[in-house]
Design a protein around this ligand. Structure first.
Ligand code: 13P
Length: 250
């Protein structure tokens, strides 16, 4: 039985002091949630949030990470810097990193392998653009992203990977994939994991959906057979909304 996994990607929102206050409220509001939960504040707020979520049922995540361990990489953050703040998970391959910052499947693959080798859990994002969907390319795009992103990742390490399917056209737009459409892609991703690894790995793989997840649509998404959680952007910045999402399967 796969565990429900709800994650909040705060993106470029909340200063360190705002984050501290919000995290304190979250710890209190989410203490009875049965799902696994993660929040990913911006880098500058990780330290303040770390001391607040330590010892609670909320996992601390980062939104990105360097593909290198250390050195002359201006502006980058290494895995060790994250681990030093008790960060346990990292979101990699987000479409905003791919599209706005030009991250390639190859770069994302380097980051995934480095994160796993350092003991970080990875939330690996994939998803097609509207043009790709309209051109009937959803499966080929997702196949390429998954295959290249996980290249060289062995089945043991795969246990520390969650896949987040986030159709780009549904992110921040208020447009959500229908639960059936999303589930179809999730089933395709699961079949791909079976093809690349094994039936066991495929059964175990937690696949989150992301893209305009809100309290009023989360339940029908999570009721689908292959949707195991949510990666939430905008609604994770509002206490009541994130609480309702996190507790929807209690
Ligand atoms: P929204 O929930 O704001 O659409 O963002 C989704 C997302 O990109 C989470 O990583």
């Amino acid at each position: 039985m796969r565990e429900y996994y709800i994650a909040g990607n705060w993106k470029m929102n909340n200063t360190a002091s705002q984050a501290r206050e919000f995290a304190e409220a979250l710890v209190d509001e989410l203490k009875d949630a049965s799902a696994k939960m993660m929040i990913a504040p911006p880098f500058t707020a990780l330290e303040s949030v770390s001391s607040i979520v330590r010892g609670t049922n909320i996992v601390l995540g980062a939104q990105n990470m360097s593909h290198k361990e250390y050195g002359a990489y201006t502006g980058d953050i290494s895995p060790e810097m994250l681990l030093d703040l008790d960060v346990a998970a990292v979101i990699l391959g987000h479409s905003e990193r791919r599209i706005v910052f030009g991250e390639t499947d190859e770069l994302i693959n380097e980051k995934i392998k480095l994160a796993l080798s350092k003991g970080l859990e990875v939330v690996f994002c994939i998803g097609e653009t509207l043009d790709e969907r309209e051109a009937g390319k959803v499966e080929s795009v997702v196949r390429t992203q998954v295959t290249k992103g996980l290249s060289g990742v062995d089945e043991g390490s795969l246990k520390h990977v969650t896949i987040a399917y986030e159709p780009v056209w549904a992110i921040g737009t208020g447009r959500t994939a229908t639960p059936e459409d999303a589930n179809n892609v999730h089933q395709f991703v699961r079949s791909l994991i079976k093809e690349l690894y094994s039936a066991d790995a495929s059964d175990r793989m937690v696949i989150q959906y992301g893209g305009s997840v809100k309290p009023d649509n989360v339940k029908e998404l999570l009721d689908q057979s292959d949707i195991d959680g949510a990666l939430v952007g905008g609604a994770s910045l509002d206490l009541e909304s994130f609480r309702a999402i996190a507790l929807c399967k209690n």
